[in-house]
Design a protein around this ligand. Structure first.
Ligand SMILES: C[S@@+](CC[C@H](N)C(=O)[O-])C[C@H]1O[C@@H](n2cnc3c(N)ncnc32)[C@H](O)[C@@H]1O
Length: 265
């Protein structure tokens, strides 16, 4: 048993276990207890040695879901027992991941903690969909927004600021509100034919990439029945996606798969 506890808030990336950082993997393999939620891929949990306690705090379909407060209290309780606690978070803990709230809770109680960044969905899903978030001559900046209104209230953005054709707009948690987002951006002046990508399960073998326009995205999302997790990328850079379509979900057809085939003779 160690002398003092430490809680590690660890980003696991967007799904592809190969995108786990070396530090995240090392911590997973040396944890006393692992706390995880719904967005953490099962293949990543398989890296936890047998016998290590794994606690699920996500929303199960019908069973009890841990509230944020209960998860916070659980971390403190475990830390009282002087353990290495690894709290896994999908993507990056500090990007729409409540990592800041959890770290503040620990800081206020003098519990030692460390934060391990992960690859956020915007970077991973866009890259695996063949979309560079910035591209010289096309856009000059990127904005990340959440489409989930606080306490399910209507979205409260400065739409004029968001409707900038020189910026790539990335929308997390926007599946339920993409209709409103599309309408408001068009009213604020973004062209209705601005390219949009909706990426479901980005970076995984189940990735689906829908390429459409700002006007048609609400209709197309329903037509193709996209399911969470979905990330939206809105902007000129989406126009590069057809030319940069590198990710093949069938591994054997990918560059790495080809190399494996040759290696096997
Ligand atoms: C609660 S936020 C967590 C974000 C996470 N902390 C991150 O940095 O990626 C969940 C949202 O992230 C996006 N997301 C996470 N993983 C994704 C994936 N593999 N493909 C597409 N979107 C994803 C979706 O918009 C989803 O609704």
């Amino acid at each position: 048993m160690k002398d003092s506890a430490c809680v590690y808030l660890v980003g696991t990336g967007p799904g592809d276990p190969d995108l786990l950082t070396v530090k995240a993997l090392r911590l997973l393999q040396s944890a006393d207890v692992v706390i995880y939620d719904r967005l953490v891929n099962k293949a990543i949990l398989q890296q936890v040695p047998a016998g290590v306690l794994k606690i699920f705090v996500g929303k199960a379909t019908s069973n009890h879901a841990f509230s944020q407060d209960e998860t916070n209290r659980l971390m403190v309780k475990l830390a009282d027992k002087k353990r290495t606690i690894v709290r896994l978070k999908g993507g990056d803990p500090f990007i729409f991941g409540r990592g800041g709230e959890e770290a503040l809770y620990l800081a206020q109680r003098d519990i030692p903690f460390e934060i391990v960044p992960g690859i956020t969905a915007a970077t991973a899903a866009a890259t695996y969909a063949g979309i560079p978030l910035t591209h010289r001559g096309l856009v000059q900046s990127v904005q990340f927004i959440t489409g989930h209104g606080r306490n399910n209230k209507p979205l409260d953005f400065d739409w004029q600021k968001l409707a900038d054709p020189q910026t790539t707009l990335v929308v997390y948690m926007g599946l339920a509100t993409i209709g409103e987002i599309s309408k408001q951006l068009i009213v604020a002046g973004l062209p209705a034919d601005m390219p949009v990508a909706a990426i479901e399960n980005g970076s995984t073998a189940r990735q689906q990439r829908l390429l459409t326009t700002l006007k048609d995205v609400p209709k197309d999302v329903k037509l193709y029945g996209l399911q969470p997790p979905v990330l939206f990328v809105i902007g000129r850079v989406v126009g590069l996606a057809e030319s940069l379509d590198w990710f093949i979900t069938d591994d054997l057809d990918s560059c790495e798969g080809e190399q494996d085939k040759h290696a096997q003779g």
